[in-house]
Design a protein around this ligand. Sequence first.
Ligand SMILES: [Zn+2]
Length: 264
Amino acid sequence: MKTPIAAAALAFALLCGASPALATTKWPNGAKAAVVLTYDDALTSQLDHAVPLLNQAGFKGTFFLSSVKQPDLPRWRAAAAEGHELGNHTIFHPCSAASFPADPRYTSEAYTTASMLKEIEQQNVLLTAIDGKPRHGMATPCGQSVAGGIDYLEALRKADLVTYVRGVDVTPDDLRADASKLDLMHVPARGFPESATGRDLIAFAEQGRDGGGLAVFLFHGVAGDYLQVSGDAHRALVEWLAAHRKEVWVTTLQQALDWAKAHP
Ligand SMILES: [Zn+2]
């Protein structure tokens, strides 16, 4: 039974718009939260350093492929066969011209909604050729969903080309949210600066665990390439997750979302 004080506190929290921390997602095997490790841009350092470490720990990661390098194809195919998820990150990774120097034809200003969707559709074909799966999730390049000045997410939702869209912004409330109610076109994730330590990464996993929701990490290079997480920090996170595997379910983004939707 609620005490008058507890009821008043709850009413106050609701009035203030604060989350009363009532996450209802029941994660498998009594896990308190789901943690997902995602890696963008099909970087070779991910194949060199992330995939082997995840395999060693028995974890599956999610890799959003863009501008795939031909020599890496056999290793992406092997990673998919090992149970890692491959996702769509477009073919040419169009971002706004202000994001970084790029050929003007491959900036999002040069795209239309139709050409963007066509590119996403074609990257799906490549992914299916690699992993044999009929459907894929997606991460927007640079976390931007604009083509020629127009947000294309609703057109993408309507076209039903991808199973979900991962963005880049996460709030503390997201980590406490009921993942079954997540808008699949707006799945939040958190990136980290290159200076991030293992402790910084673990702190986010702990927030996810304590919130009861879904904590999605966003990485680029791993001990190499660009926007990199150091090998030590990445390893410290994976070791922490391995030591807390009863508390946090480490899985692919597709599996976490499928589970949440099936267990509201
Ligand atoms: Zn990217």
